[in-house]
Design a protein around this ligand. Structure first.
Ligand code: SAM
Length: 279
């Protein structure tokens, strides 16, 4: 377990993943009934963008830092506006991870379970969530804990599966985890993040999930134009599989894509390419 999200926090992939998470949470909030959020690979909760790790990669500069000029006006409504409001609360040098963003959008009747395996990150997560009465930080293995949490008593909710993809078998593990979880809680919304290291690899992964009988399924991808392996340790493209996407979620993400793709590209290759499609 060498992965530290502090090196990547606030990068282009985080931005898309977190706006999508906010869009799902806003959908769940439309009904009074409580919902549950389960974050299986939660990370530390809050990241220092001025710290040594973030400075070493500079990834946030081509991610969240590119959105500074966007205000909650006609250009940024709905999920994007709420996302920006959530991240701006921490100032320009800090960036909230998925569990902190989710905790900020819970109502009193809702609940968050955030699981993190790395002891140091889990301790930071506990601190980041301490002020939220209905958010629980758990130190443990997200894959192992997930089945025991499903179905949640609320029978409504979202599961975010966001592994580090350090291990060879992580694609298989993540696909198995989401399919197994879906069997226990078929009406839940699932967000499964994945890196796009090669087109064939990403297609095979998404094909694996869709051919094993999970529908409806939406695939969101963003490609910043950086060729795979061009810069050591740096990811150029990433995706998010959304199982049971909420009503009109795809059109909301299309609108987000039109605003964010031009900003999240690289100077040398131009705007990022962002696609939102049903599989
Ligand atoms: N979801 C976070 C966010 O969006 O802010 C980022 C999570 S980061 C990509 C992946 C995290 O998973 C790391 O903090 C890593 O320590 C943790 N991790 C690795 N294997 C794990 C496992 N089996 N169970 C739970 N956490 C794990």
């Amino acid at each position: 377990m060498n992965y530290r999200h502090a090196f990547h926090a606030g990068n282009f992939a985080d931005v898309i993943k977190h706006v999508a998470l906010v869009a799902v949470l806003l959908h769940l909030r439309r009904k009074e009934k409580p919902f549950c959020v389960i974050d299986t690979h939660a990370g530390a909760g809050l990241y220092d963008l001025g710290g040594a790790e973030a400075a070493r990669t500079g990834e946030a500069k081509q991610g969240i830092a590119q959105l500074c000029g966007i205000t909650a006006d006609a250009h940024a409504q709905g999920a994007l506006a709420i996302y920006l409001d959530c991240v701006n609360r921490d100032g320009v040098d800090r960036y909230p991870g998925s569990p902190l963003i989710a905790a900020r959008l819970l109502r009193p009747q809702d609940r968050l379970v955030a699981i993190e395996k790395h002891p140091q990150a889990a301790a930071a997560l506990r601190a980041a969530l301490a002020e939220f009465r209905n958010a629980r930080a758990v130190e443990g293995d997200g894959y192992e804990r997930l089945p025991g949490l499903l179905p949640p008593p609320e029978r409504r909710g979202v599961v975010l599966i966001d592994p580090p993809f350090e291990e060879e078998d992580e694609f298989t593990r993540a696909a198995d985890a989401v399919l197994r979880a879906h069997r226990r809680f078929a009406t839940g919304i699932y967000l499964l993040w994945y890196p796009v290291k090669s087109r064939t690899g990403a297609d095979a992964f998404c094909g694996e999930v869709s051919t094993r009988g999970v529908a409806p399924l939406l695939r969101i991808e963003i490609d910043t134009g950086l060729a795979p392996g061009a810069e050591k340790q740096r990811l150029g493209a990433a995706g998010l599989l959304v199982l049971n996407p909420p009503f009109q979620f795809d059109s909301e993400m299309q609108r987000v894509a039109a605003i964010l793709a031009p900003r999240l590209g690289r100077d040398e290759t131009g705007p990022a390419a962002m696609t939102v499609r049903r599989t």
